[in-house]
Design a protein around this ligand. Sequence first.
Ligand code: FCB
Length: 474
Amino acid sequence: MNSDSPYSPGGFPADFLWGTATAAYQIEGVGEPGGRGTCIWDTFSRTGGVLNHDNGDVACDHFHRLDEDLDLLQRLGVSAYRFSLSWSRIQPDGEGELNVSGLDFYRRVVAGLHERDIIPLATLYHWDLPQALEDRGGWSSREVAERYADYVDLVAAPLVAEGVDKWITINEPWCVSWLGYGAGIHAPGHHDVGRAVAANHHVLLAHGLGVDVLRAAGAPEVGITLNLSVFTPATDDPADVAAAARARGNLNGLFLDPVLRGSYPADMVEHYAGRSPGFDVVQSGDLEIISRPLDFLGVNYYSANVICDPARIGEVRALGYNAGPPSTNPFDVDLAAVAVGAPTDQTTLMGWPVQPVGLTDLLVSLRDEYTDLPILITENGAAYADYVDPSGKVHDVERVAYIDQHLVAVRDAIAKGVNVKGYFLWSLLDNFEWALGYSRRFGIVWVDYPTGNRVPKDSYERYREVIASKGALL
Ligand code: FCB
């Protein structure tokens, strides 16, 4: 490879962003007493929605350990870091005056990153809706999209001035709407398909309004982060093929189509017709706002999906698939589609099959079917049953393999001409894994929750070496 090559010897673009990702509620803790208002995850964890009644009051106490955590990033050698802003730290009730000390915390984050030559990538919404807005209908109400735009307006200009060039409007709108309002697995815990469709639309509307506000504030690069996957029917049976198409339409189509094509997929509109309020909430002009041009697409990828029709679950099990009951599956919410894993798959502690090739396939299909936009892998990672051994080390060999394999999958996509510009490993720290509380560790740094002590795992050292080699070690 000659010295003018835009690729490093590792096969990644020379300006590839090597990073890690975190989210406010999962790591920060409240910090100062009254430092943030109540959000839907505070409520959900106090009303039985979270395993062991865990909550984010302290989490990793990142608020107080900011410098230590930024030093961990620096030693890791990342070129970029993805973090999120807590809306209720900026506006405790989701509207009105700016809480100056809340914004100051993020100024410190950004300044600390710049001191260490790390590029900030700020996510404006990673699921912690102020409870006061949920009390007025949450994401199934249009008003929340407007309040979101006001909130973005408070933080965008000051943080652009502070040197935040890269922005993500919303993290995983599918989880916000379908896990939060449809399956009831995530806060605020509603089981209502009609409201989930409405939330789907309003969270995307918030995204579009946010893009406009960010542009007006001079934000140089704006994108959205979608959680996407590949879907394969368990068999050639037309019922399984149709079920896989429904699941794909729900997870991928309901987000990619409006954001990148300016329309909802016809099959999904038909599927949810009759659900109230459902698509009735769509107003003229909304899709134009939702499909504003972007600078990059953020993709979160964890696993691939093999899908069957629930009526065929017995037959599919007999083929060796480990299909659980439909009720444990998010795609069963009015979709009649069950994710069945795959007979020979390794799975993570989340039960998610390890399918690195799915990431390559997804990236190629995004380029072929949807967009030439630069893509950032804004999350990818795995939970395993880690433990600190007697010598004080965490030998997380499975996570090391998972990360290596997925980076190779990214490189394969790049070799196929997909414009992938960065990879943000989920996650820097073990943290509050939503409805599963502290029971699932995704970090490359172990967090001892009672003391807050951090212990870099083997995966941290491995990722450090991979980054230092710019991928040549893979
Ligand atoms: C994603 C979330 C992130 C984390 C990982 C494991 O869906 O965006 O906050 O919980 O899953």
